[in-house]
Design a protein around this ligand. Structure first.
Ligand SMILES: [Fe+2]
Ligand SMILES: [Fe+2]
Length: 270
C-alpha cells in the first residue's frame, strides 16, 4: 500500500506579508505540516502540486522550505503559475533528475508518481506543449507500476468561470498521451483551491484544496474572482493493488472522537 498526501497552493509570501493583504499563508502551512506529521499511519510522501509561493522569489522559497522541510516524510514538488524560474534551484534537492520546465518522476513505495510542469512563464494559465506531451508519453509507456500524474492546472473546466479562464491549453495533447497509455490511475491537480472531482475521458481528475484560502464556490458564469476562508485541507491518496481511494482531511482542531456506542451497549438486533 502507498499512502500519499497532497498539499497544494501554499502561496507563501516573504517576511510575514499577508497574501492578498489578508491571508497569513505561512501560518496556515505550518498548521498543515503539523497535521500531516501527526497522521497515523504516516503518509509515505507528500506531493506539493504547485503555487508553493506567491510571487516566485528566492526568499519566498526559503520561507516555504522552512516549513516544508519540517515534514517527517519526503515532499515532491511541481510548479504552478505563481512559481518562478527560481523554483527549480530552490527545490533541486527534492527532485530526482528533473527536466526543467517539463517534469520529473518519483517512486513512492510501489507507486510511480509522474510530475508534469504545466507552468507558462508570466502567464496565469498553463499549457502542455509538444515537448511536455512527448516526455509524458514516454514516462507513461515505460511505467512498470501503477502511476499517478501530478500537475498544477486541471485539464477540465471546473465551472468556476474566472478560474477556467486561466486553465490549461494543450489538453488534446494530454488526451493523446493518456490514450497511448498506460493511463495513470488519476490526475492530481491544484490551482482551484477547492476539492473537485471530475474526469478526463476515463481518467479521474482530483483537485486538492489549499491549506489556506479557498476560491469561492460560485458557479454563475460571471462570478467575481473572490476567496473565502473555508476550513483548510489536504488530500490523502491510498493506493493498493492498483486501486486508488482519496480522502479529504480538514486541517484544524475539531471536537471528537466520540464513540457511537457507550461501552457495554449493543447495536439493536444484535
Ligand atoms: Fe494557487
Ligand atoms: Fe495556480
Amino acid at each position: 500500500m502507498t499512502l500519499l498526501a497532497q498539499l497544494s497552493d501554499l502561496h507563501i509570501r516573504e517576511g510575514g506579508a499577508l497574501a492578498y493583504g489578508l491571508v497569513d499563508t505561512r501560518a496556515f502551512l505550518a498548521r498543515a505540516v503539523d497535521h500531516l506529521n501527526a497522521l497515523l499511519p504516516r503518509p509515505d510522501a507528500v506531493v506539493v502540486s504547485g503555487d508553493l509561493v506567491d510571487l516566485g522569489t528566492a526568499s519566498e522559497y526559503a520561507m516555504a522550505r522552512a516549513e516544508l522541510d519540517r515534514l517527517a516524510m519526503p515532499w515532491l514538488p511541481i510548479p504552478g503559475n505563481h512559481d518562478g524560474d527560481a523554483f527549480w534551484d530552490a527545490c533541486a534537492d527534492r527532485m530526482a533528475a528533473p527536466v526543467r520546465g517539463v517534469g520529473w518522476v518519483a517512486r513512492v513505495a510501489d507507486t510511480r508518481i509522474v510530475l508534469l510542469d504545466t507552468r507558462v512563464p508570466d502567464a496565469l494559465g498553463g499549457a502542455i506543449d509538444e515537448t511536455r506531451a512527448r516526455w509524458l508519453s514516454e514516462r507513461l509507456s515505460e511505467s512498470d507500476a501503477p502511476a499517478l500524474l501530478v500537475m498544477h492546472h486541471p485539464p477540465i473546466p471546473t465551472g468556476i468561470g474566472h478560474m477556467d479562464a486561466i486553465g490549461l491549453d494543450g489538453v488534446d495533447r494530454l488526451e493523446a498521451a493518456l490514450a497511448a497509455g498506460p493511463a495513470p490511475m488519476a490526475i492530481l491537480c491544484g490551482h482551484i483551491h477547492r476539492m473537485i472531482v471530475g474526469r478526463l475521458g476515463a481518467t479521474p481528475v482530483i483537485v486538492a484544496p489549499s491549506p489556506a484560502h479557498a476560491v469561492t464556490l460560485d458557479l454563475a458564469p460571471d462570478a467575481p474572482s473572490t476567496f473565502h476562508l473555508e476550513p483548510p485541507g489536504v488530500l490523502l491518496h491510498a493506493v493498493s493493488g492498483g486501486r486508488l481511494v482519496t480522502h479529504l482531511s480538514f486541517v484544524g482542531a475539531f471536537d471528537g472522537p466520540h464513540p457511537f456506542f457507550a461501552e457495554g451497549t449493543r447495536l439493536v438486533g444484535t
